[in-house]
Structures are given as C-alpha cells and as structure tokens.
Design a protein around this ligand. Structure first.
Ligand SMILES: O=C(O)CCC(=O)C(=O)O
Ligand SMILES: [Mn+2]
Length: 193
C-alpha cells in the first residue's frame, strides 16, 4: 500500500474496499440498525448539539470519552463485526471498538481535531470506512499549516497510522452542495487500563 500523506505520518486509501452492491447493502443495514444519537457538548458555558449523529460499539472494556462524556460501548452488531474482520484481513491491525458517524446532509460536519486521546496510544492505527455520499476530509499540518485533501467515496477505506495524529489534524467540513447521508465507521484500538 502506498502512503499518500506528503510527510510526518501515514495515510493509506483503499478505494472501493466495498464494491457498489455490497456497500449499498451495508449502508442500508447500518442506517437502519445502529443506535444513532445526537450528542451535546458543553462549550463556553453552553450545551451545543454536535452536528451529526453518533454511536459507539465495541468490546465491553473499551470505554471511550467523547463529547466530554465517558461512553460505554454497545455490543458489536453482526454487520460491524463483519466489517472489522474484513479490514483486519487486508491490513495487519486489530480493533476493539468502532465510532460510527452519520452526516445527515451538508450541514453536518466534524470539526478540526486529531485522534490523539491517551486511550489510543502514541501512534494509533485508525481504519475509517466511508459509505453513502462522497465528502471531503481535510488534513492540516500542525506547524506548517499545509493542507492535504482526500475525497472519500462510497465504499472507500482510509487507514491513518504512524505519527499522523501527532503532526496533522483533520476535519470534515460542511458543504453548500446538496448532499445526502454519509456514514463513517472509524475502527480503533482503545487501551484498557
Ligand atoms: O467522517 C470522517 O470521515 C471522519 C471521522 C473522524 O475523523 C472521527 O471519527 O474521528
Ligand atoms: Mn478523527
């Protein structure tokens, strides 16, 4: 696999990891079958709704803090386990949890961040599957502010590895285009203390 990041980390894009028909089926199963919720975060003294729906699945011990709150994982569904196993079969990796994001339209987004929580370790390996509408993922280098864009399409798998989270931040910006729903699954290994 070829590293597509210019420097300071590793990024691999596996286009069409799921082909059209399988990706369509998986999208429908996840949209209907996952426990989507809109979280709120406490910011500057106010509660704000996060602009997307989310849910967290995984092994029982894989607790994870997001939106300022500790979340217990929901138990793996059959569909999520099958995706996890398919990823683990093409790349040397192992996951104990997955964060699912549902972007309902172009107003839904994810702000600039790095997945650098201490529960993920110093060089987290994160595999991210995109389904549904195509959206842009923007990487910004922490120091040089260099920008690197990746278009994520239906069925694409993106793997973030090495020092990417230490050196780059990423965001899924809003778009003015009329776009439909997109599901993203980010598989992670949460270190259990
Ligand atoms: O939706 C995406 O592609 C990005 C998701 C993401 O960065 C995350 O869940 O940490
Ligand atoms: Mn992220």
């Amino acid at each position: 696999m070829k590293n597509i990041l210019p420097h300071d980390g590793e990024l691999y894009l596996v286009k069409r990891f799921y082909q059209q028909v399988e990706a369509d089926q998986l999208f429908a199963v996840l949209l209907q079958g996952l426990a989507w919720q809109q979280e709120s975060i406490h910011l500057y003294g106010r509660w704000l709704k996060v602009p997307r729906l989310m849910c967290w699945y995984g092994d029982k011990q894989a607790q994870y803090k997001y939106s300022g709150v500790n979340h217990l994982p929901l138990p793996w569904t059959k569909a999520l386990l099958a995706v996890k196993q398919k990823i683990e079969s093409i790349y040397p990796c192992q996951f104990n949890s997955v964060m699912a994001n549902l972007y309902r339209n172009g107003d839904d987004s994810m702000g600039c961040h790095a997945d650098n929580e201490k529960e993920l370790g110093s060089k987290p390996l994160i595999a991210s599957l995109s389904l549904g509408e195509q959206r842009l993922l923007k990487f910004r280098h922490q120091h040089s502010q260099q920008v690197f864009d990746v278009v994520l399409r239906h069925g694409d798998l993106l793997i973030m590895a090495g020092e990417i989270q230490q050196n780059w931040r990423h965001e899924l910006p809003k778009t003015k285009k009329r776009v439909g729903e997109r599901i993203n699954l980010t598989f992670r290994w949460v270190i259990v203390c």
